[in-house]
Design a protein around this ligand. Structure first.
Ligand code: GUN
Length: 295
């Protein structure tokens, strides 16, 4: 069994990004600049945003963190986004999800300039992705593609089963893996909470993408011998093994599944780290004006 090592692969990509930033600065250009907007104090979101800011610094990007109170109105949030949209010193914007219930994720997502939408969540970028046009790809699916590419995993003609249909991961991952591209050209089955006989489908998969958001949901009996297992889940569960009383596990029951599959991403240390690489790559692309979707 080969461990698909997010630490190793993400540090490889971070070195490449840092070199590119050095060259930009040597040419007298400014560094790419990411603006993250965090609403409220959700502990998981705090951790993710802190990690994004830290990783920006590691590769030489500038970053700005805008923190807003949980009670901020949707209109105020959108007005803050609009001022970042027109700020020419900022290349990329992310609004960390989830948002408080009184704010429409859809309206907020659509208020981000598509040219600065480094999360790739704007409908224009999603539409362009579906049509294989230059766009910002959502960071986690992009991280999955980079991991497959780095390990030179052949995907053409393979049966890829995606478990979970979220807008952020499952749906875009299913589209990207089916595209006529490399990695891609998979025969994709998208499974979700209403899928019948999930086990009979996953048992046929050459590649499983687990993105259902349920701890250790994919068990060994659901996995074919020699399959490739990519685990997107980041679930906090109670644990007597740690001082804090909790630990992180994926959507895959790691130990038993790892005995059966040929390759697997660990949690932590797998695709979470690759998601950040996806975001950094998109921010660099935005700074270089490589994607200019116009409404
Ligand atoms: N919440 C969970 N994943 C993500 C992500 O990729 N981007 C943003 N903005 N919020 C998230």
């Amino acid at each position: 069994m080969i461990l698909l090592d997010g630490k190793l692969v993400s540090s490889f990509y971070k070195k490449k990004l840092a070199e590119e930033v050095k060259e930009m600065k040597a040419r007298g250009e400014r560094a790419p600049h990411l603006c993250a907007i965090l609403v409220g104090e959700d502990p998981a979101s705090e951790t993710y945003v802190a990690s994004k800011v830290k990783n920006c610094a590691e590769v030489g990007f500038d970053s700005t963190l805008i923190r807003l109170d949980n009670s901020v109105s949707e209109a105020e949030l959108i007005s803050r986004i609009e001022s970042v949209n027109i700020n020419s010193s900022i290349d990329g914007i992310i609004v960390q999800l989830p948002l408080p219930a009184h704010i429409s994720v859809q309206r907020v997502t659509e208020s981000v300039s598509p040219a600065k939408d480094v999360d790739g969540f704007h409908p224009l970028n999603i539409g362009r992705m579906v049509q294989n046009l230059p766009s910002f790809l959502p960071a986690t699916p992009l991280g999955i593609l980079l991991m497959l590419e780095h390990y030179k995993i052949e995907t053409a003609g393979k049966h890829c089963v995606v478990v979970g249909r979220s807008n952020i991961v499952g749906t875009p991952a299913s589209i990207l893996l089916a595209r006529n591209s490399s990695p891609g050209n998979c025969t994709v089955t998208l499974c979700h909470s209403r899928t019948k006989n999930l086990k009979s489908i996953t048992s046929n998969a050459d590649i499983i993408i687990a993105a259902i958001g349920k701890p250790r949901y994919i068990t060994a009996d659901m996995v074919k011998e020699g399959a490739i297992v990519m685990d997107v889940g980041i679930n906090r569960i109670q644990s007597s093994e740690t001082k804090s009383g909790w630990k992180l596990v994926g959507d895959v029951d790691f130990e038993p599944v790892s005995e059966k599959c040929s390759m697997i991403t660990p949690v932590p240390g797998g695709l979470g780290l690759m998601t950040i690489i996806g975001l950094l790559q998109n921010t660099l692309k935005a700074a270089k004006k490589e994607v200019q979707p116009v409404l």
